[in-house]
Design a protein around this ligand. Structure first.
Ligand SMILES: [Zn+2]
Length: 303
């Protein structure tokens, strides 16, 4: 079992969109963007499960955002083996598509950019970057179609595409590579991680207008606002999920901090945000236990 040398983290923009989607009505555009982000992330996580099962000696680097020749590029997933650097572009397309060299077309006629273009670009930029770092490792690049519900008609057989039906076999083949890593591979992995830079999101999030947001606590499983506090527990009326009130309140504090990083956390603020916890005392006890108290009396806030 290989643990990721660089683990994947949930993108902040996705976390924010999840909260916003619960609490305001996203425009159609933004809602579609949110679903795409969610789907993309889920696809990557599914692929991580497969790479982490590899027995071979390799370094797993998830989600690298790099720059080469002043061009930014992103590698969803990479594996450093002894002789090769395998990079993977994870694609979560679902449904039936027809292959064309420039685009994929759905049966209803909608066109999507052929992911091969982006793969070629990433491969070239990575090769140049590795060369500039003095590495002689060979780059292999693949588009992984992770969704089992994906079909691509008229795919030429010689493309670096791994279709859902080929995925098992592909992973087995990766696991048969002979590979022995040494310090130079570790240095390369460390160097790339140090070069990793987070792109500011190109997509404009909706303004975080507190007044327009729906207040209240939500279920940790199904996001429903139909939750009730019974004793120490928050119980979801929809799915039955139970969570300790303390944990639930702190989860909502995290949500609030993510959307309003400049705002001070006070008992009143969180009480208003959570809505249903009616006792000020209870909220301030929870905040006091989990956060650092600053100030006194009515000026108290939590960090
Ligand atoms: Zn629920």
């Amino acid at each position: 079992m290989e643990n990721a040398y660089k683990a994947r983290v949930e993108p902040v923009v996705l976390k924010k969109l999840r909260i916003l989607n619960k609490r305001i009505k996203l425009t159609e555009d933004k809602y579609r963007y949110y679903l795409n982000q969610e789907k993309g992330f889920q696809g990557e996580v599914q692929f991580d499960v497969l790479t982490e099962k590899l027995q071979r000696d390799c370094h797993i680097l998830n989600d690298l955002q790099l720059e080469s020749n002043k061009s930014r590029f992103q590698l969803d997933s990479s594996l450093i083996f002894q002789e090769t650097y395998s990079l993977f572009d994870i694609n979560n397309f679902e449904g039936e598509y027809v292959y064309h060299s420039e685009y994929f077309k759905t049966l209803s006629g909608k066109e999507f950019q052929n992911p091969l273009d982006q793969l070629k670009r990433s491969k070239l930029l990575l090769s140049q970057l590795l060369q500039s770092l003095g590495s002689k490792i060979t780059v292999e690049a693949y588009v992984i179609f992770i969704n089992p519900q994906f079909t691509l008609f008229q795919t030429p057989p010689n493309l670096p595409f791994i279709l859902p039906t080929q995925l098992d076999q592909f992973i087995k083949k990766l696991d048969q590579k002979s590979s022995r890593l040494n310090q130079s591979h570790k240095n390369l992995a460390d160097k790339l991680i140090s070069l990793h830079q987070l792109d500011p999101p190109k997509f404009q999030l909706p303004a975080n207008k507190y007044e327009t947001m729906k207040k209240g606590m939500t279920c940790c499983k199904c996001d429903s606002f139909s939750v009730t506090i019974v004793g120490h527990k928050l119980i979801c009326d929809r799915c039955g999920c139970q969570e300790l009130v303390t944990v639930a309140v702190m989860r909502h504090v995290e949500e609030f901090k993510l959307l309003f990083p400049e705002q001070k956390i006070t008992t009143n603020v969180i009480r208003d945000w959570c809505g249903i916890v009616d006792s000020r005392k209870r909220i301030s006890r929870i905040l006091g236990k989990n956060l650092k108290i600053t100030g006194v009396h009515q000026w108290t806030y939590y960090e």
